[in-house]
Design a protein around this ligand. Structure first.
Ligand code: PLP
Length: 424
């Protein structure tokens, strides 16, 4: 799929007068349209709700846009629970799908009425102690083990991921035990959750996952008498980071899940189970850009362009070797007749946004858009080399630009040293 930025060179030249690069910018229109499409794709399910994975883009302005589109939040930590609460999400609008969870986080989740999704059988007594009771609405994260594959293709089974190696979730036996224990403890609403593959570019992932979970839900009802009220398909629906990939068709995905629902749940008398999702990447990644300026060119054994952003602003290329498409603003139609490594300033040779990338000739002062940074982009930032967190901006539907988080300052960076300069 062709990759086009949602901002022009002219817009960026205007924005940098008040907000110097680097910064992350998000596209409100794109976010809203996409959220509406997801809702439509699952509109056949009465209780459908998307719980946006806050860890992907932890910014209250983004959360509020999604709230207006009918989403809740999915949290993994205390800070994300607090952010959801302060952004106006309450009770059942908050899912708490964490792992290795500290007791004060369970206690706080319970206090604000979030739905707790346990990651292990031992979390039942742990939650009971932390919260003073077992909450009336509880969920379990399932891990089927083994290798998760999608139907056979010419190359054999397409391996999606390896749950047997993943630290998350309960085994099937533990799941049965957990629901029985919940019932004995007076739990009234039960849910199930599983996250088996990440960034899937396939319309078959959710339907395949749904088949596993829906069949298991029927078995749980038969074996324990517990009838689930919701099934959470979690995250994992991906986006095409490179132009050679085609985006998922969310309408087809919704329709695929509906078919399995009709085949498996409805005949078992479970036609009222609510379907939830916990998407992060799919909701936000394409609707964020990291905008950065070319400040150095270097000709040694390779051709380098040094930009004013670094891996501290976007870790995915350094961490996973992830591809992020780059557009040089104003040169969208120029020939890709140069080959560059595009680098940041960290004292780490993996601080490269692109390696051997074909791009138009880059001149100093050119603005580069690094695509698909709206999820797991800013969020994974860090301060290595004393590099500071960038600002986050929002391109409004009417074309205005609103700052939704200021850039970090040197004083912010030193704030945790206040009072400690003369300790020794
Ligand atoms: C990270 C995460 C998500 C979101 O994953 P995406 O790949 O961004 O869709 C959802 N649920 C849980 C529990 C997660 O850890």
């Amino acid at each position: 799929m062709e990759k086009k930025p949602f901002v022009t060179k002219e817009q960026i030249e205007e924005i940098v007068k008040t907000h110097p690069t680097p910064f992350h910018i998000y596209d409100e229109k794109g976010i809203r349209e996409n959220a509406r499409k997801l809702k439509e794709a699952f509109s056949w399910n009465k209780g459908f709700k998307e719980y946006f994975a806050v860890k992907a883009t932890p910014n209250p302005s983004i959360l509020k846009i999604l709230k207006e589109e009918g989403c809740g939040t999915d949290c993994s930590s205390m800070a994300e629970l607090v952010m959801s609460d302060r952004a106006g999400f309450h009770g059942n609008e908050i899912m708490f799908s964490s792992n290795d969870t500290p007791d004060e986080e369970f206690a706080y989740a319970y206090k604000i009425g979030a739905t707790i999704n346990i990651d292990d059988i031992t979390h039942i007594p742990f939650v009971k102690k932390a919260c003073g009771c077992i909450p009336k609405r509880m969920s379990c994260r399932y891990n089927p083990g083994g290798v998760f594959t999608l139907g056979e293709s010419k190359e054999g089974f397409q391996v999606m991921d390896n749950p047997g190696d993943a630290k998350y979730g309960l085994t099937k036996d533990q799941l049965m035990e957990a629901y029985s224990t919940f019932k004995a403890e007076g739990v009234e609403e039960f849910g199930m959750h599983a996250f088996l593959a990440s960034n899937t570019i396939s319309n078959d992932y959710y339907p395949a996952l749904a088949k596993i979970l829906f069949s298991l839900a029927v078995e749980i009802k038969e074996k324990t008498g517990v009838k689930l009220s919701f099934i959470n398909l979690s995250g994992g629906v991906g986006v095409p980071y490179s132009p050679d990939k085609e985006p998922n068709d969310i309408m087809k995905i919704g329709e695929g899940v509906r078919k399995v629902y009709e085949d498996v749940l409805v005949p078992a008398g479970m036609g009222d189970v609510e379907i939830y999702t916990e998407l992060g990447r799919f909701m936000l990644a394409p609707f964020g850009h990291l905008v950065t300026k070319a400040i150095h060119e270097k000709h040694t054994y390779k051709e380098y362009i040094g930009v004013d952003a670094c891996a501290a602003n976007l870790m995915r290329p350094a961490m996973y070797g992830a591809y992020h498409h780059i557009t040089v603003l104003g040169k969208e139609n120029a020939p890709l007749d140069h080959v560059y490594d595009v680098t940041g300033s960290l004292c780490e040779n993996n601080d490269k946004f692109a390696i051997d990338r074909k791009l138009p000739e880059i001149e100093m002062g050119d603005y580069l858009v690094i695509h698909d940074t709206g999820a797991h982009g800013f969020a994974m930032g860090y301060n290595y080399n004393g590099r500071l967190w960038s600002a986050e901006l929002l391109l409004r539907e009417n074309g205005d630009v609103t700052e939704i988080r200021r850039a970090e300052t040197i004083d912010d960076y030193f704030a945790t040293l206040d009072g400690y300069w003369d300790v020794i």
